[in-house]
Design a protein around this ligand. Structure first.
Ligand SMILES: [Zn+2]
Length: 121
């Protein structure tokens, strides 16, 4: 079980992350809309714009997924299950939580699931 001090430390990190991600998503969203509505000069421009838009939307998707994971982690803090692997129910390594505060899996489960192509993050 994680002590209260550690828990609030991770909670603060997750809240900061959440704020940052929402800001980033809003920004990207507005950019993508702008690209879609700006006048297009010729087909090369259009191709470039479509390419750019897809690139951005891809990034938006990754950020949106991250935001979902951050929100789930905050929920696990609220319910007292934070820091426990949702696959094997072992405690997640402290070092891993330091790098990835929204981690759902321990290192072993994560690499196993990634190998099977079941998770992206
Ligand atoms: Zn595990």
């Amino acid at each position: 079980m994680m002590d209260a001090e550690r828990l609030s430390y991770h909670r603060q990190k997750l809240l900061d992350m959440k704020k940052e991600l929402i800001e980033k998503l809003n920004e990207k969203y507005n950019e993508a809309i702008k690209l879609g509505t700006e006048g297009v000069q010729d087909s090369a421009d259009e191709a470039y714009n479509i390419y750019n838009k897809n690139l951005m939307l891809g990034k938006v998707e990754t950020d949106a997924l991250k935001l979902r994971l951050v929100e789930q982690a905050l929920q696990r803090i609220a319910t007292g299950t934070y820091g426990v692997c949702i696959e094997c129910e072992e405690e997640i390594e402290q070092k891993r939580l330091e790098y990835v505060p929204f981690a759902r899996y321990c290192t072993d489960c994560k690499s196993e699931l990634e190998k099977k192509g079941l998770i992206k993050m």
